[in-house]
Design a protein around this ligand. Structure first.
Ligand SMILES: Nc1ncnc2c1ncn2[C@@H]1O[C@H](COP(=O)(O)OP(=O)(O)OP(=O)(O)O)[C@@H](O)[C@H]1O
Ligand code: SF4
Ligand SMILES: [Mg+2]
Length: 319
């Protein structure tokens, strides 16, 4: 498959009173055209930070923001903010932010909220943008008359569809979806997953799908990345990672997912995720790992290909 987005040595560190938080610490991956890549991991492992680093919507307290983000052969990290806003943001890469459905403006009609990116970035007039917004609502399976309604008149699932419609407004090639279903009940979650699958098929979209749920990731994704403590610890096809995880952390993540009609005892991962101001030396997972060896406490394992297109960062596989 053709490479669409290449992320190389991406770092995003935050400045805080307690020190520097290394939220994204040398992350590398490729997204192919038409592919869905899922980023999975516990709360605080750097999933959203990776996403905001790609769309360049950053908080003020940034300490380090570096690396290469190569979109169709062009390093968009080298673009100044104005060019990035003009050429990339929303038009080529858009994002559904975590919790965005709760951030819809309560006093503005849905149609005008969907129309906003079309006015600001697409340079359409208000009237043209409102008409296009009605089309976008139909695209995400909502009746176009909802354009005239206010957010409080919509259910959670409808609001999430509105947010997805906004992300699709300027026909982007890459859509980043940050936990798009985690605030929804299971039926609504399934409906949104079906919508995403349909849009992927019909619109040829490439997704970066962020979730803490490995099972959900395996439903939509072609490729899964497992992040731990700001780093990628495993990377492979969805089948490989979901059916046969190799990294001890991915194995624990999978064992902690409830499944129907099995007697499987749910496992939990002991202790807390690492404090990213002073992460543990060596392998960041070592304080929680059942297989930790002396080398794990001293030297950081390098991510390496252990079989074709299968990458793991763990000393059990030769580090
Ligand atoms: N603006 C910020 N300033 C300081 N630290 C931050 C900031 N934003 C995030 N962090 C910290 O960076 C780390 C990664 O956070 P991030 O939000 O990327 O994790 P996440 O994987 O998306 O978690 P969740 O599953 O809870 O959404 C965490 O330790 C978090 O506390
Ligand atoms: S490198 Fe060592 S501590 Fe880290 S996951 Fe592998 S075995 Fe466990
Ligand atoms: Mg997040």
């Amino acid at each position: 498959m053709e490479d669409l987005l290449k992320i190389r040595n991406l770092k995003l560190y935050y400045r805080t009173r307690r020190g520097i938080v290394r939220a994204v610490d040398n992350v590398n991956f490729d997204l192919h055209r038409g592919e869905t890549l899922a980023i999975v991991g516990e709360s605080g492992c750097g999933k959203s930070s990776t996403a905001i680093a790609i769309v360049r919507i950053l908080p003020r307290n940034i300490d380090t923001y570096e690396g290469e983000i190569i979109l169709d052969g062009v390093d968009i990290m080298k673009m100044d903010d104005e060019r990035f806003r003009e050429e990339v943001a929303w038009r080529r890469i858009s994002m559904v932010f975590q919790g965005a459905m709760n951030a819809l403006n309560p006093v503005i009609k849905i149609g005008f909220q969907v129309a906003e990116p079309l006015i600001v970035h697409g340079k359409l007039s208000r009237g043209e943008a409102f008409d296009k917004a009605r089309e976008l609502l139909s695209l995400v399976g909502l009746p176009s008359f909802l354009a005239e309604r206010y957010p409080h008149e919509l259910s959670g699932g409808m609001k999430q569809r509105v947010i997805i419609a906004m992300a699709l407004a300027l026909n982007p090639e890459v859509v980043i979806l940050d936990e798009p279903t985690s605030a929804l009940d299971v039926i609504t979650q399934a409906n949104i997953m079906n919508l995403l699958k349909r849009l992927k098929r019909e619109e040829g979209l490439s997704y970066i799908f962020i979730t803490h749920d490995l099972a959900l990731a395996s439903e939509l994704a072609d490729t899964i990345i497992v992040m731990y403590g700001g780093k990628i610890v495993e990377y492979g096809t969805a089948e490989q990672v979901y059916l046969d995880p190799k990294h001890p952390y991915s194995q624990k993540l999978l064992a902690s997912i409830p499944t129907l009609r099995t007697d499987k005892k749910l496992e939990f991962i002991p202790c807390a995720p690492p404090f990213l101001v002073a992460p543990p030396p060596g392998c960041r997972f070592h304080p929680r790992c059942l297989y930790a060896m002396p080398v794990c406490r001293e030297k950081e394992p390098i991510i390496r290909e252990i079989e074709k297109d299968r990458y793991v960062a763990c000393w059990l596989y030769g580090g």
